[in-house]
Design a binder for this molecule. Structure first.
Ligand code: NDP
Ligand code: 8X3
Length: 249
């Protein structure tokens, strides 16, 4: 099975690995992200017949519309949407967090995601397609400093389940993919470019990779059309759960 897939946030990490996985299996990939040079590299690597670069900022509704309107022949009938673009910014507690960082996470992870989803729903319904939304374990398990980021990912999970209800009978499949720790540029972005902090987090932990998640996305997208995975949570073996905290005194 192959078709046309739009992957948001394909300039790095999970999204870039997914672009390679799907293009390698014969899919036509619309790759998005703000960094045009990274998208151009993907086109050069995988071929212009396989990958169409659509650079835009998820927070710019007009840019999303323009990019969708400008899709070339062969890339218009989208079968699968992977809503992957997103970010965490900061690990400060809520009482110390930067409100602008919260707004950027909400604008990208929630508002951008629902915007492109709404725009593509008619095409996805026409194709009996699939939507794979990248949520996170942070949607379910709270941790200190996760506040607004976890909130955005809980939205993504619940929005996915709500989409399933609304799309009942259309044949469109919807899955919330909920990864734990995967080594990508995620921590570099979260820390404002602190490579040492990123290396310290992943070092010796055998984290998941973008390729691990891409393989899961490929599996979910290519299941027989009568099967729907509602939500799928995955972690590296090295990661698990810690207990509650109790303040005394
Ligand atoms: P990366 O930082 O490596 O990739 C993030 C991608 O999102 C980039 O391609 C980036 O593109 C894109 N992006 C971010 N902001 C915008 C924006 N405003 N407009 C357009 N594109 C944007 O991290 P990951 O690959 O790890 O992250 C992918 C998704 O996976 C995110 O939604 C993240 O929350 C989620 N996730 C990650 C986990 C992890 O441990 N790594 C675990 C659970 C979930 P560009 O900068 O070029 O715009
Ligand atoms: C990314 C996983 O645990 O850093 O969504 O929030 S975590």
């Amino acid at each position: 099975m192959s078709g046309v897939i739009l992957i948001t946030g394909a300039t790095s990490g999970i999204g870039r690995a997914a672009a390679r996985r799907f293009a390698g299996a014969g899919w036509k990939v619309i790759a998005t992200g703000r960094r045009q040079a990274r998208l151009d590299e993907l086109v050069a690597e995988l071929g212009a017949d396989r990958v169409h670069a659509a650079p835009f900022d998820m927070r710019d509704e007009a840019a999303i519309d323009a990019a969708l309107d400008a899709l070339p022949e062969g890339f218009r009938d989208i079968d699968v949407l992977i809503n992957n673009a997103g970010l965490a910014l900061g690990t400060a507690t809520a009482q110390e967090a930067d409100l602008d960082q919260w707004r950027q996470m909400i604008d990208t992870n929630i508002t951008g995601l629902v915007t492109i989803t709404r725009r593509l729903l008619p095409r996805l319904i026409a194709r009996k397609g699939a939507i794979l939304n990248i949520s996170s374990v942070a949607a379910t398990y709270p941790y200190k400093g996760g506040n607004a980021y976890g909130g955005t990912k809980a939205f993504v999970r619940q929005f996915s389940l709500g989409l399933r209800s609304d799309l009942h009978g259309t044949g469109v499949r919807v899955t919330s993919i909920e990864p734990g720790m995967a080594e990508t540029e995620f921590t570099l972005v979260r820390t404002g470019g602190d490579q040492a902090a990123s290396d310290a987090l992943y070092g010796g932990a055998a984290p998941m990779t973008g390729e691990d998640i891409a393989e899961t996305l490929f599996w979910v997208a290519t299941l027989p059309p009568h099967l729907n995975i509602n939500a799928l949570e995955l972690m590296p073996v090295s990661q698990s759960f810690a207990g509650f905290q109790v303040a005394r005194g």
